[in-house]
Design a protein around this ligand. Structure first.
Ligand code: CAO
Length: 435
């Protein structure tokens, strides 16, 4: 154990600068380069860092004092571990990056620590960079704000001349959390609901803890985000696929010899492409600013595939340029690849619209979750023979249930109903797909 003096290092041009903020107190443990005080000249402010680490035993200065190079700021007791942390170079004052251009010390000992680039590493909410840069705050406060994703322009300062202090940022975060604002989203409590209680289920019987697969976890995160951030509406409809299925079965017999099998899903995909061409808004994505739609002129359609490890969505590219046979084969190849865990990330990118078919399994209808940044998804359930009134009598018809979920920010209800009606008509008479 030994004591040392922490002094003001070379601060360039500046003769005497006033201390406007004490960043440490007696008893604090500091590491080399931790900021000790903030000083201000008539041109700029800067933080003075510790040249070595230890425990602050005595402070030799206070707010309002003027200091210059060599002024003693504090006495510290250095410990073995703190001494090991000593920097190889003398630390430089940390200059407020927004004022750095003005400051220009003639020969700074080393480059400023808090560069604007370093500051911009972790913004997590929309920050107005102009007001952020104009906010009256020291570099460490700016860094602190960046770490928490706080927009400094929105924070009121209670320090001298309305300077923003650490306490101001903490109060801002607290009040935003209570209001359910952006800071609350950072804590995952955006809905302002009570956290899920941790329950010991073994109190009611035998249990086993099974880890979620990597796919389960990834899919879970995306689905959760999409479900809570996109206003979903699901439009239900049905298509009379009696003729389509008769044709598919006839063709199936012919193609079987060549080892080809056509799935109803391929016809549904062709009908979806035709509907996307007729209602192009369904083939768009909102841009990040949410002020514009990115309209796509290509037709890459995702297909949800159920695998033992979870759900994956490979994408059939250029479905508009492929035949029903080609699409059937690609769906089958993708399903095999997905179940053998052989899909590449690129196989699952670039989709415009997704189809989730539970037709091979069962169910009457369901609410598929939109696969953002797409704006709509079609759920297909199991077709069923039903009595349908043709104006004169009931006739047995094979009816396919359709469930279209769409992003209501982009698509109106009327267009949702038009889209499913179009699909229904196209699938009821697949000759329309040739037009
Ligand atoms: N109605 C009635 N029968 C249907 C049908 C429908 N809508 N869709 C398919 N079938 C039939 C098929 O014709 C096939 O019967 P045959 O063998 O007698 O011809 C049988 O059901 C099995 O089809 P399949 O499901 O193996 O093949 P597919 O091309 O219809 O679907 C795939 C392929 C990859 C989409 C499917 O295997 C799959 O994984 N589905 C699950 C998707 C999923 O999990 N979605 C939920 C996502 S949201 O959590």
């Amino acid at each position: 154990m030994k004591t040392s003096k922490l002094v003001v290092p070379d601060i360039g041009d500046f003769d005497k600068v006033e201390i406007i903020e004490m960043l440490v107190a007696v008893g604090d443990t500091v590491l080399p380069e931790d900021s000790l005080i903030t000083v201000e000249s008539d041109k700029a402010s800067m933080e003075i860092p510790a040249s070595e680490g230890g425990i602050i035993k005595e402070l030799k200065v206070q707010i309002g004092d003027y200091v210059t190079e060599g002024s003693v700021l504090a006495i510290i007791e250095t410990t073995q571990s703190a001494a090991e942390n000593e920097p190889e170079q003398k630390p430089a004052p940390v200059v407020d990056p927004d004022e750095e251009a003005e400051l220009k010390p003639q020969s700074p000992p080393v480059a400023p620590v808090a560069t604007p680039q370093a500051e911009k590493t972790s913004p997590t909410v929309n920050v107005d960079e102009v007001t952020f840069s104009k906010a009256y705050a020291s570099p460490s406060i700016r860094k602190f704000a960046r770490e928490l994703g706080v927009d400094l322009g929105q924070v009121g300062g209670t320090g001298r001349k309305q300077r923003i202090l650490k306490e101001d940022i903490k109060s801002h975060v607290k009040s935003t959390m209570q209001a359910g604002g952006p800071a609350a989203q950072l804590s995952g409590n955006a809905l302002g609901v009570a956290p899920m209680p941790e329950i010991d289920f073994s109190q009611w019987g035998d249990i086993e803890t099974v880890a979620l697969s990597k796919i389960n976890k990834l899919t879970g995160e995306f689905l959760h985000r999409n479900w809570v951030t996109i206003p979903h509406v699901t439009q239900y409809d049905e298509a009379d696929i009696t003729e389509m299925e008769a044709f598919r079965k006839d063709m199936g017999k012919e193609l079987e010899k060549e080892g080809v099998k056509i799935t109803p899903l391929a016809f549904i995909m062709k009908a979806v492409v035709a509907a996307l061409k007729t209602y192009p808004r369904f083939n768009s994505s909102l841009d990040v600013s949410k002020q514009n739609l990115i309209q796509k002129s290509y037709y890459h359609i995702g297909v949800a595939v159920d695998t033992p490890d979870g759900l994956v969505v490979p994408v059939i590219r250029d479905a508009d340029k492929k035949s029903v046979i080609q699409i059937s084969q690609e769906i089958r190849d993708f399903a095999v690849k997905a179940r053998d865990k052989k899909l590449r990330p690129s196989d699952m990118q670039g989709g415009c619209f997704s189809i989730s078919s539970l037709g091979g399994i069962g169910g009457t209808k369901f609410t598929p979750i939109i696969n953002a940044p797409e704006v709509a998804i079609l759920g297909v359930s199991r077709s069923k023979m039903e009595p349908v009134w043709n104006g004169k009598k009931f006739k047995p018809r094979l009816m396919l249930p359709l469930s279209l979920s769409y992003d209501h920010r982009v698509i109106d209800g009327a267009d949702g109903a038009r889209f499913t009606s179009y699909l229904s008509n196209a699938l009821s008479d697949i000759r329309r797909l040739l037009l």
